[in-house]
Design a protein around this ligand. Structure first.
Ligand code: EPU
Length: 348
């Protein structure tokens, strides 16, 4: 079923809790609904300015008081087993399913692969688009295929995981021209029936007594996240605001000497080897540059994890958040010569 709501409040549609209005909020369940929406002339006014798919708005920043188009939200919430062999189960999960509801169910059923992603806010559709990740696991690790509706061709299609060009918080879905947009309708994931614990990140393993106990791993991840990250039901935020920067090997020495010139000791700076160079910790850079608990208007840097910007008292405007982000980017550029890029998507 399609529901078209004109002048929809943005407040329940973004976890940063920025107020505003969207011209339209269109809720749909499946590809047939999308097809009807695009072919029904009565809906033409709602789709004219483009469709922006959203999940729970946990990675978005509405930068203006009015979003001048239509937001598109999947409300379907089914998950079903579509294949099974002795080692694994493949599920088809609707884009509108809350990611943590899926993870809770998988942990109850002893299905391994996404327990480290516990408590990440958002929907399964959004997880497949932005390849969410935590504690050494990325959503792409379990994705087999993504079912979509192609707006330009007005037909459904299925992309195999090999066609999605997954990278760090990245996929082809984030690089498509508006008119050829692929709207995710459901995601097929494969999970293991026997334990595949991934406890190599930080001190996660020290929090889990029995590595074959999937529910204990889920609880450990939940308590780790709760100890560092704001609860989006209490404090508006969009998770990590910036990506961890990746720099070429030879830039490291420049970064260290620029930091030294600013009296910042980089001897304990986290540096991780990745395929295309060295990954740095944005949280560490922001912390050492002195931004923990900094405020700009009603926006603030979260004291327990400075990669997270928050709507401190619920009254922040998008401009407060954008300004704070700019100040941080400029300062990290000056002190380390590293340009942070937002992980959060700015909606014009
Ligand atoms: N750190 C500090 N000061 C702090 C906090 C952290 O210096 O106050 C440094 C520490 O050196 C720490 C390092 O930052 O070891 C990494 O911190 P953390 O383990 O929290 O990981 P992260 O790289 O900052 C990423 C994801 C998070 C995910 C965590 C855990 C990105 C952009 N963020 O953060 O994802 O939960 O790893 O796996 O990749 C999100 O995307 O919204 C998100 C929360």
């Amino acid at each position: 079923m399609i529901t078209i709501k004109p002048d929809a409040s943005l407040l329940p549609l973004n976890t940063m809790r920025i107020d505003g209005t969207a011209n339209y909020l269109i809720e749909f369940e499946n590809a047939d609904d999308l097809h009807r929406l695009l072919t029904d002339s009565a809906c033409e006014y709602a789709v004219r300015n483009g469709l922006k798919p959203i999940g729970q708005g946990s990675n978005l920043l509405f930068t203006r008081p009015r979003y001048d188009g239509a937001l598109l939200k999947c409300t379907a919430g089914n998950m079903a087993i579509i294949a099974e062999d002795c080692d694994s189960v493949t599920l088809r999960v609707d884009a509108g399913v809350e990611l943590d509801r899926l993870i809770a169910r998988c942990c109850d059923d002893g299905l391994w692969g996404i327990e480290n992603l516990s408590l990440i806010p958002g929907t399964v559709g959004a997880a497949a688009v932005q390849n969410v990740g935590a504690y050494g696991v990325e959503f792409k690790d379990v994705v087999r295929a993504v079912n979509c509706y192609n707006i330009a061709e007005r037909k459904t299609c299925t992309l195999d995981v090999s066609e999605i060009a997954y990278g760090y918080r990245d996929s082809i879905f984030k690089h498509q021209p508006a008119k050829q947009q692929l709207i995710v309708t459901s995601v097929e994931i494969r999970l293991a029936k026997s334990p595949t614990p991934q406890l190599g990140y930080g001190h996660l393993s020290s929090l889990v007594a029995d590595s074959s106990d999937i529910k204990a791993i889920r609880q450990a991840v939940i308590s780790l996240r709760r100890s560092k990250l704001p609860d989006v039901d209490e404090t508006g935020s969009a998770g990590s605001f910036f990506k961890n920067p990746i720099v070429s090997d030879h830039r490291l020495e420049e970064i260290r000497s620029l930091a030294a010139a600013h009296h910042i000791d980089t001897s304990a700076m986290p540096v991780y080897d990745v395929a295309d160079g060295k990954k740095l910790s944005a949280a560490w850079l922001i912390d050492r540059a002195g931004w923990k608990n900094a405020k700009e208007g009603h926006a603030a840097v979260w004291g327990l994890q400075p990669l997270v910007l928050v709507n401190a008292d619920g009254k922040a405007s998008a401009a407060d958040i954008v300004r704070l982000a700019e100040l941080i980017v400029n300062d990290i550029e000056a002190k380390f010569g590293v340009t942070l890029s937002p992980e959060v998507e700015y909606i014009p």
